[in-house]
Design a protein around this ligand. Structure first.
Ligand code: ATP
Length: 238
């Protein structure tokens, strides 16, 4: 039996009069990598923010591990294993790489284990190890993305939300980011990935959702969506 980690039902979010999310349903089972794709302004980031408790929603339900999360703050959710890497990464630029990683473990008190996890992150992200004492602000965009992911993993999440991790990166770093997302999945972390790079996001996804103008317009396995003529035309450019 699969275990539902996240269940979004009829979610509605507005900014003043603008209806950004219009009653969407979405589910993430334990162990899955789910990609949410769609063009600019479709409502993907708004959906992510509602899930992580950083945005009030006006209608519907969001259940994490079977419990309604409305009203819970982002910190409470992190403590329960729901971590997010926001669009634009949000690393602490004036702190070192190591300090950033330790900040990611703020909900934990198991010091010895935390130190082991820092070493584990250096194993997954060798580039961060080479630069561990440098200020995060001196790193490239791709390196900061790696750091943001590693920092989120330091909370030992069950469910990791990634918002546009490939945005603004060079093609080589984009490859690296998608590789790392797969590595993270292999470490038994369930992932909800928001991406404008539909091709890459669907290639690695177990299942995907297509969002357009605040609605989910299509859903299926990553493979099904990749070959769907409507997806190909609207999001893959052929
Ligand atoms: P992007 O890839 O650009 O992040 P997205 O699919 O994540 O796009 P959202 O950022 O969720 O889309 O935006 C959905 C809609 O809500 C858009 O029409 C956007 O202009 C609007 N919107 C987003 N944030 C705000 C805000 N703070 N105030 C008003 N409107 C907003």
């Amino acid at each position: 039996m699969s275990n539902t980690l996240l269940k979004v039902s009829g979610l509605k979010v507005s900014y003043g009069g603008i209806k950004a999310v219009k009653g969407i349903d979405l589910e993430v089972q334990e162990g899955e990598l789910i990609s949410l794709i769609g063009s600019n302004g479709a409502g993907k980031t708004t959906t992510m923010k509602a899930i992580t408790g950083s945005l009030q929603f006006e209608g519907g339900d969001i259940a994490y591990l079977g419990q309604n999360i409305q009203g819970q703050g982002a910190w409470d959710l992190v403590r329960q294993g729901l971590a997010m890497v926001p669009e634009g990464r949000g690393v602490f630029t004036r702190m070192s790489i190591t300090e950033n990683l330790l900040m990611g473990a703020y909900v934990r008190s198991d010091k010895a284990e935390i130190d082991l996890d820092v070493e584990r992150m250096f194993g997954i992200f060798p580039r961060l190890k080479e630069r561990k004492d440098q200020l995060a602000g001196t790193m490239s965009g791709g390196e900061q993305q790696m750091l943001a992911m590693a920092r989120a993993l330091m909370s030992r999440p069950k469910l990791l939300l990634l918002d546009e991790p490939s945005m603004g990166l060079s093609p080589i770093m984009v490859d690296k980011v998608f590789e790392v997302v797969q590595d993270v999945k292999a470490q038994n972390v369930t992932i909800l990935l928001v991406e404008q790079n539909a091709q890459r996001a669907l290639q690695i996804a177990d299942r995907g959702y297509v969002m357009d103008s605040g609605e989910i317009t299509m859903t299926g396995t990553g493979k099904e969506l990749l070959v769907d003529p409507r997806v190909r035309e609207a999001y893959l450019g052929h």
